[in-house]
Write a protein that binds this ligand. Sequence first.
Ligand code: TXA
Ligand code: MG
Length: 337
Amino acid sequence: MSPPNPPIATRTLPYGEAAIAEAAALIAAGQPVAIPTETVYGLAADATDSRAVAGIYAAKGRPSFNPLIVHVLDRGAAEKIATFDDAASALADAFWPGPLTLVLPLRPDAAIAALVTAGLDTIAIRVPAHRAMRALLEATGRPLAAPSANASGSISPTRAAHVLASLGGRIPLILDDGATQAGLESTIVMTGSEVSILRPGPITAEHLSNFFPGEGRGPVTMISDTGPASSQPDAPSPVKQIVTAPGQLDSHYAPSKPLRINASSPAPDEWSIGFGSISGDDTLSATGDLTEAAAALFSALHRADASAKPRIAVAPIPQTGLGVAINDRLRRAAHRD
Ligand code: TXA
Ligand code: MG
């Protein structure tokens, strides 16, 4: 699908009652609206309206086989859409509202547009914590499908200005509520006979593993396309890397320039992003704090992309806790076909 021609005017409004009312009116009219969540900015549309969902794919230029995450206000709303097993219920109780997405069997009677799941019989669903997304869910009374609010294949937005740079002219409204808190997309988990992480994120493998001890449940398994376990000697046991999740495209988080990871000393033509004791042109966290680094990651990549240097180098990030999700995004950003 191609972007609108001629381009449409994109307005940015600060979070508040008036902005939420305008956003809700656009959603009711089948339009997509960019709105922050606690992870990254999302591009939201009514998940029950197939034309509205098609508008998300069109604005992002996203391949239609890549399914979307549905956002709802609470467990009750989620249970109308998906079937919960015991593990899913326990995880929802522990981590919702928050940056955890559960992939669950889609209820046959769920009023969700088929385009949302891209034909799968499972659905990715989460209850967000951010006040803006929650206010929009309340005002619309609809489940909202929302991928990250960036053009397909580019970096996820953690500020309204990132959304404008990527989707300006393609969407009618960006609701601005400042920088997002986590800075990384939600952790995606599938339950069943074992708990599998389809995408690492703010809820770490350690959080999930600690949550299930003594229940006789198998290990938490990391399912990712970011390389075999042997390339990650520091990966916390019992986390394993096996295969890819549907739609986790290699180049999904790519900046427009070549990016080198685990770079202890940058070349002169590289814009260097530091961490801890490695200071660069920019740093993810001078004190080596992984939470601060996660929140800063996509902004730093946006600045690197805008710099005069033709290449990007990123300092090594420890493969523990939130570092697993940061390294996942960095490896995708570094990957070139
Ligand atoms: O933090 C987030 O999750 C943000 C905010 C806006 O909520 N959203 C987000 O959405 O990152 P998106 O569309 O950029 O990423 C959704 C991921 C994709 O990798 C997609 O393939 C996967 O979720 N996904 C969606 N439905 C799935 C399903 N039924 N089974 C497996 N993976 C699924
Ligand atoms: Mg995305």
